[in-house]
Design a protein around this ligand. Structure first.
Ligand code: PLP
Length: 405
């Protein structure tokens, strides 16, 4: 197979503005004129290629961004949405109806978990949550009603690694679709190359990278994207979480530096993970040989982008985690904030924030402990200094042996 080069695919796209601008013009309109009433009718029927109808359906700016994301993921096309959840929820609903069943990883973003656990049962869609790293358990959960397998390549917040090739074989064997959320590992992992059918992202995170907007995308076949946008029964079109053109244009511009940013996030995270582990902290980072998914990640990854910017440490208790995070913020080492992919390091305790939708007993079962801190490592130029300063904070909170001891 020819090597897949996701960043080259983004770079090779070429768009010009209508006056020869090096950036495409932004379509600042919610609606579009037609020269003939017949064409308007045809467009509603989905039969007028290249015609724009109404911005909830599509806009030129959204299509440019969608094309760049499809190029990155190696899919025919893509549909952008107003947020990650605005992409994930309609995509799941497009595949499932009352009576259908979903097999999902149990360690996924809290919002997606809550959607599958609490919301979709209201529509008659049931989900079995499984340990996604155990293919036999995944297969055992499949029923005659199952339509999709859902997982995150690198899970939020436990950083478990899903075997996309293995899951795709299972999906094919049982006639299911494999839907993958690749928010934690853009460029690093290319799920479609490994057999996934649909790839989704929260663009709010690494892809946009400046924590100034929400965004989401579903990358898949032309047929799927047409279905999502269908005016009669398309979940994206009808649920209405469409992206605004101004945002699409700004995300497209930020996306052009994604490969540089990912390399820096990854090398900084690798540096800190190695140091933390050597200091005796319980550290989870896919780049460490001690990570149970390390070899699998290595097998799947596009090597040049590294193992990503996310790592966790366990400091023993929520109290210690909170004190440490407040101190690190006071020393300007990052922000006590949810989300990820920013130039500054962001840290939060997922058990009481981004995964708080997951009941405590289930958190315990999946290994989500109180003292867990999730870090999205920033683009720091001087990561050695960052480490020394973090170590001082830890010593002050009584987490590590004092410096110079
Ligand atoms: N998927 C993952 C892995 C996430 O971490 C998040 C948000 O934290 C989402 C999806 C949802 O994205 P958004 O907040 O843009 O709706």
């Amino acid at each position: 197979m020819k090597e897949f080069k996701p960043a080259n695919n983004i770079q090779d796209l070429q768009y010009f503005g209508e006056f020869g601008g090096v950036n495409p013009s932004i379509s600042d309109s919610s609606t579009y004129t037609f020269l003939s009433a017949k064409t308007m009718f045809d467009t509603f029927e989905g039969n007028a290629d290249g015609c724009y109808l109404y911005s909830r359906h599509s806009t030129p700016s959204n299509l440019y961004l969608g094309e760049a994301l499809a190029a990155m993921e190696g899919t025919e096309t893509a549909n952008v949405a107003a947020s990650g959840m605005g992409a994930i929820t309609p995509t799941i609903l497009q595949f499932c109806q009352a009576g259908d069943h979903v097999v999902s990883s149990r360690t996924i973003y809290g919002g997606t978990y809550a959607f599958l656990k609490n919301f979709t049962p209201r529509l008659g869609i049931e989900t079995t949550f499984v340990d996604i790293t155990k293919l036999d358990i995944v297969e055992a959960a499949i029923t005659k009603d199952t339509k999709i397998i859902f997982c995150e390549c690198v899970s939020n917040p436990l950083l478990e690694i899903a075997d996309i090739e293995g899951l795709s074989k299972l999906a094919k064997k049982h006639g299911l679709q494999l839907l993958v959320d690749n928010t934690f590992s853009p460029l690093t992992i290319s799920p479609v190359k490994l057999g996934a059918d649909v790839v989704m992202h929260s663009l709010t995170k690494f892809i946009n990278g400046s924590s100034d907007t929400m965004g989401g995308v579903t990358c898949g076949s032309q047929e799927l994207i047409d279905t999502l946008r269908n005016v009669n029964d398309g979940a994206s079109m009808l649920l209405g979480a469409s992206m605004d053109s101004l945002r699409a244009a700004s995300i497209l511009k930020n996306m052009r530096t994604l490969h540089i940013r990912m390399k820096q996030h990854s090398s900084n995270a690798m540096y800190l993970a190695k140091k933390f582990e050597a200091d005796g902290l319980r550290t989870v980072y896919p780049g460490l040989p001690s990570h149970p998914g390390h070899e699998l990640f290595k097998k799947m990854m596009n090597e040049e982008y590294g193992f990503g910017g996310m790592l966790t440490i366990d400091v023993g208790s929520l109290e210690k985690a909170n004190t440490l995070m407040e101190l690190m913020q006071e020393r300007n080492l990052g922000y006590l904030a949810v989300s990820l992919g920013f130039y500054k390091t962001l840290f939060s305790a997922p058990g009481s924030s981004t995964s708080s939708e997951i009941p405590e007993d289930e958190q315990a079962e999946m290994g989500l402990t109180d003292g867990l801190i999730r870090f999205s490592i920033g683009l720091d130029n001087d990561i050695e200094r960052t480490y020394e300063m973090m170590k001082e904070c830890m010593a002050e909170v009584g987490i590590l042996v004092p410096v110079n001891n």
